[in-house]
Design a binder for this molecule. Structure first.
Ligand code: G1P
Ligand code: ZN
Length: 547
């Protein structure tokens, strides 16, 4: 039976335009808080003319603390709406790209993904929930705005008072009039990977002479990696690191970068390093690629995958186009130009790629923040990127360092770094942006240390498919030699404000091919200090994370 609960939680702290909730667990546990978001999604779907009765949904998450409780709440609220069928991953588990694949495969109305991505988990950590639409991708801004409006207006919500469903076993269960299909969280995804990549070739390459190490960071991709690398590719379990998922990611920060995936990085830089290393994040959509003693920055990764895409069976006929987020380096632009395919520049966030992918305008997309993906799903996909790299290396029979250097030799090198100032004072961050904004108009034409500013603006984007305009997407200063300096505030942090500074410069000097990125960018780093004064405004001596 469904009962009506009076919603007492004021829902005024979630900015419109964000794809879902991402909060401290304690906030999520506030009575009615989570329920209010879920009901807001249902109400906004109904307001948009969707019928919930008789329709189906997908539910799954990254397994962090509160995943199971939230899954039961979702099921009971979906039943109270008359949803006829829900596909839920066993134990409430689905990586974000797997959830996208399941939504697409079963053609559901959409799905709820329970995750705070790369943010730490556990009782004192973060939890999150977002709604993905029927294409399998994050809800676009017009829908997230509608969810926010609906959330502000909620007074009551219906929820079933039935007992919890046992999610530990696969099978079909009944909750009120709703069928609950508890599915294998891995199979649909692993089958999809097998349909895109040449597993036989990767198997032979890795078994014969190429040692790999995959770090799941105690997060959701552990079981996916085991199925793909061990069961399907026949590799030894020695290639798996931290592949037992834990509710608090074993106390770690499940973000695959040089700072947080320290164990993996140390292994790849050791004397007896494997040939290839990779990691993914909390919910499995991010990736980091390493070679023996070398790191591939995500912008270069996108460019290299684009340049070599036809090595992969799923893309053997070539790519229709590519897209990158604005702060991502222009390395892929140079490749797209050489391939004579379009390259789109979108604001930060995967949701901006959805329309381009749906319209068949792009095949690959990527972000500097360790996000890479393709039109096979509508989310970025960590294991997809790992397999794409392995497939290309297996065809070319070369090492990561070799392909990287050959790429730079052919296309030139885009030095790139991102400096994050995490958990800074929100007012200081706002003052800094205002300070830079005020200078923007006067910068064009000015010369700094031999570089002339060619443009300075606050990035705005008009979606080429639906014409929607997104403004205020990051402050950009571009120079005549292709160098760029970008500043924006994170939209995903939960602790104060996080400021991101992105720096890029282009070099075709063969002597620079082996230089360290920070070294290659040292003049631009110094110029950013002079122009932006980040240290003074943030009261920090140094960034907390340098990538
Ligand atoms: C960060 C990344 C962005 C990515 C998002 C979700 O957002 O910078 O590229 O799409 O996480 O993974 P930010 O915290 O910068 O708003
Ligand atoms: Zn993620």
């Amino acid at each position: 039976m469904s009962i009506q609960v009076k919603s007492t939680t004021a829902f005024d702290d979630q900015k419109p335009g964000t794809s879902g909730l991402r909060k401290k667990v304690a906030v999520i546990k506030t009575p009615n808080y989570l329920e209010n978001f879920i009901q807001a999604v249902f109400n906004s779907l109904k307001a948009a003319g969707e019928s919930l009765e008789g329709n189906s949904l997908v539910i799954g998450g990254d397994g962090r603390y509160y995943n199971k409780t939230a899954t039961q709440t979702l099921l009971k609220m979906a039943a109270a709406q008359g949803i006829s069928k829900v596909f839920v991953g066993q134990n409430g588990i689905l990586s974000t790209p797997a959830a996208s694949a399941v939504i697409r495969q079963h053609q559901t109305l959409g799905g709820f993904i329970l995750s705070a991505s790369h943010n730490p988990g556990g009782i004192d950590g973060d939890f999150g929930i977002k709604f993905n639409i029927a294409n399998g991708g994050p809800a676009p801004e017009k829908i997230t705005d509608a969810i926010y409006q609906a959330a502000c207006a909620i007074e009551t919500y219906p929820i079933s008072d039935a007992a919890d469903i046992d999610l530990s076993k696969q099978g079909s269960y009944q909750l009120e009039n709703m069928q609950v299909e508890v599915i294998d969280p891995v199979q649909i995804y692993a089958d999809l990977m097998e349909s895109v990549f040449d597993f036989a070739l990767i198997r032979e390459f890795c078994q014969q002479h190429f040692n790999i190490l995959f770090d799941a960071m105690h997060a959701v991709t552990g079981p996916y990696a085991e199925e793909i690398f061990v069961n399907r590719l026949g590799l030894s379990t020695d290639c798996l690191l931290n592949c037992t998922p834990s509710e608090d990611f074993a106390g770690g920060h499940p973000d695959p970068n040089l700072t947080y995936a320290k164990t993996l990085v140390e292994r790849l830089y050791a004397e007896d390093a494997p040939d290839f290393g990779a990691a993914s994040d909390g919910d499995g959509d991010r990736n980091m690629i390493l070679g023996k003693g070398c790191f591939v920055n995500p912008s270069d990764s996108l460019a290299i995958l684009t340049a070599n895409a036809t090595c992969i069976p799923g893309y053997k006929n070539g790519l229709v186009g590519v897209a990158r987020s604005m702060p991502t380096s222009s390395a892929v632009d140079v490749v797209a130009k050489a391939l004579n395919i379009p390259c789109y520049e979108t604001p930060t966030g995967w949701k901006f790629f959805g329309n381009l992918l749906d319209a068949g305008k792009v095949s690959f997309c990527g972000e500097e923040s360790f996000g890479t993906g393709s039109d096979h799903v509508r989310e970025k996909d960590g294991l997809w990127a790992v397999l794409a790299w392995l497939n290309i290396l297996a065809v070319k029979k070369i090492s990561v360092a070799e392909i990287l250097h050959a790429h730079w030799q052919q296309f030139g090198r885009h030095f790139y770094t991102r400096h994050d100032y995490e958990g800074i004072n929100s007012q200081g961050a706002a003052d800094l942006l205002a300070h830079i904004n005020a200078q923007l108009d006067s910068l064009a034409g000015q010369v700094f240390a031999g570089r002339t500013v060619s443009f300075a603006d606050n990035f705005s984007y008009t979606d080429p498919i639906d014409g929607s305009l997104s403004q205020g997407q990051g402050l950009r200063i571009g120079f005549d030699d292709g160098a760029r300096m970008i500043v924006r505030l994170s939209g995903t942090g939960t602790d104060g404000a996080t400021l991101r500074l992105y720096l890029e410069s282009y070099s075709q000097d063969p002597k620079m091919l082996t230089a360290d990125a920070q070294q290659g960018l040292s003049d631009l780093i110094a110029l950013s200090e002079q122009l932006l004064q980040i240290k003074a405004f943030t009261e920090r001596d140094a960034p907390s994370v340098i990538t």
